[in-house]
Design a protein around this ligand. Structure first.
Ligand SMILES: [Zn+2]
Length: 235
């Protein structure tokens, strides 16, 4: 049986003499592994489709639950990512988060759209701002929404100045309420921007928001994405 689906390459590993195993985030099948035969031979026609961050329409042959790539037609390879180290590390973080959040058989179309949009935005924007926007969307997709209301959820006072962020429920509160970790107003502003689908213009706010969201991601998923550690060393 052949299946046609949009997909993004999250990981790619050499196997055997000339083959590769790729991990795909697909629109229709969730996260799957697929074999690409002969793709490491010089001049292999589908070489592009075995590269990390390749976003393409894949045609897959399925046999007993195993997939082999038959053909692929490229949507975007996000090639500028390879010329900017910070953007490349941010792209690796996006891939790793998708890898941790997706599983086979789930409806992952929305996550795929968020990831492809983020990879495109990484070509030319602040990587931290793009990652904050992606994480807000990906966490909501996974059932862990972030809340940054205008007022404190406990005392209903307008939020400003020193605040708290509760890692258990993903919400900002005022500095006097709740048991969250301390959070600054600029962190809150960066998160509010991302919740509106916008890239926040101030780098300091984006970096702070990114640290907070990576802590929230770990709290909720129990995973500590390695690529975040690399990224924080880089940006
Ligand atoms: Zn309060």
């Amino acid at each position: 049986m052949e299946i046609k689906t949009d997909a993004l390459v999250l990981r790619s590993t050499d196997v055997g003499e000339n083959d590769r195993m790729i991990t795909l985030l697909t629109a229709d099948l969730g996260k799957i592994g697929a074999k690409m035969k002969g793709v490491r031979k010089a001049g292999a026609k589908l070489g592009f489709a075995a590269q990390p961050f390749c976003f393409a329409e894949y045609v897959l042959a399925e046999k007993s639950g195993r997939y082999t790539v038959v053909s692929a037609s490229l949507h975007d390879g996000f090639f500028p990512l390879r010329e900017d180290l910070a953007a490349f590390y941010a792209a690796a973080a996006i891939s790793e988060c998708c890898d941790l959040l997706a599983f086979e058989g789930m409806d992952s179309r929305a996550l795929l759209v968020y990831a492809a949009d983020a990879l495109e935005k990484l070509c030319g924007n602040d990587p931290a701002a793009v990652l904050v926007l992606f994480l807000i969307r990906a966490l909501a997709f996974a059932g862990y929404p972030v809340r940054a209301e205008e007022t404190c959820p406990y005392c209903k006072k307008k939020l400003f100045g020193r605040m708290r962020f509760e890692l258990s429920c993903g919400a900002f509160s005022c500095g006097g309420c709740g048991k969250g970790v301390p959070a600054s107003e600029i962190t809150y502003s960066a998160v509010r921007s991302a919740l509106k689908g916008e890239l926040f213009p101030e780098r300091d706010g984006n970096l702070r928001a990114l640290r907070l969201l990576s802590a929230y991601f770990s709290e909720k998923t129990g995973a500590e994405p390695r690529s975040f550690t690399d990224l924080f060393d880089m940006i």
